[in-house]
Design a protein around this ligand. Structure first.
Ligand SMILES: [Zn+2]
Length: 279
């Protein structure tokens, strides 16, 4: 074994090896890292008063897949979400996309004049089978577990608060893409969110009195289509109970009257719409 000599210091033999290794690591690092020119010097000491979050909407989804498929699709494919709430006895929240970046969860979408909402929203996916055949042999939707909802509510509260998202902009995929999607579906506890002030919700007493009025005279399809469009939905004012109108009505009912979502323009649906559209 030899000792290296630096000036009058006698170094143990291990040190030159360490120095050489460090030097090589540094050189290798320089070779692999792209040469990014330094940006201009910035003075960030003053924050303008006139600014807000780029996030305007919060969109809720079910995955209609099991956990393994949901994670694979949302982390490896061409769709994604900022958050994924898993299922099972101890669900947890995965953050898959940073909130400062765009996730690909909404697709072609529209709400109240806004389009392509991926750019202006945060997306939360919840692992849930979605449409199923129930024990009675009838088509229905799978429930969410209480543990999932217990996790979800504080997450929604936190996001809404940080980005100052108004309650009429906390929406389902079923609101912004009603011809393609029904999620989060009629089992989603919108009322729980409404009780926390997170979602715009119609006052029950006002709905009851409007319902009595509409039972005496049900508005025509032109009225329903105008009211749904005023609320935010994209649909064509055909004046007919066509397939697109039935689908929008059904999605609206899944959210506000989940006991019946047949897409029929009835008095209670008219009353809910009327109250939601009043200031
Ligand atoms: Zn969805």
């Amino acid at each position: 074994m030899t000792s290296a000599k630096l000036g009058h210091w006698t170094l143990p033999p291990v040190l030159p090896t360490v120095i050489l290794a460090l030097l090589l690591t540094t050189l290798a690092g320089c070779a692999n890292r792209p040469q990014v020119p330094p940006g201009p010097a910035l003075d960030t000491s003053i924050d303008a008063v006139g600014q807000d979050s780029r996030v305007l909407f919060l969109i809720l989804h079910f995955t209609a897949e099991d956990m393994a498929s949901s994670m694979r699709i949302l982390s490896q494919g061409k769709v994604s979400a900022h958050y994924l709430v898993s299922d099972g006895s101890a669900p947890k929240i995965y953050r898959l996309v940073d909130e400062n970046r765009r996730a690909w969860h909404a697709g072609e979408s529209y709400w109240k004049g806004y389009t392509m909402l991926n750019a202006s929203s945060i997306g939360i996916e919840i692992v849930n089978p979605g449409p199923i055949i129930g024990p009675d042999g009838q088509p229905g939707y799978a429930p969410y577990s209480p543990a999932q909802i217990d996790l979800l509510l504080p997450l929604v509260q936190d996001i809404v608060k940080r980005h100052a998202i108004s309650p009429d902009r906390v929406l389902g995929h079923s609101d912004i893409a009603p011809q393609r999607r029904t999620d989060p579906g009629p089992q989603f506890p919108w009322l729980r969110l409404a009780e926390l002030g997170l979602v715009r919700w119609p006052d029950a007493q006002r709905v009851a009195s409007e319902r009595a009025r509409f039972e005496r005279a049900l508005p025509d399809l032109t009225w329903f289509q105008a009211a749904l469009a005023k609320l935010g939905f994209k649909l064509t004012a055909s004046g007919l109970l066509d397939a697109q109108t039935r689908q929008v009505l059904a999605n609206f009912q899944m959210k506000y009257r989940p006991t019946r979502y047949d897409g029929e323009p009835d008095a209670e649906t008219a009353a809910i719409l009327q109250v939601l559209n009043q200031p």
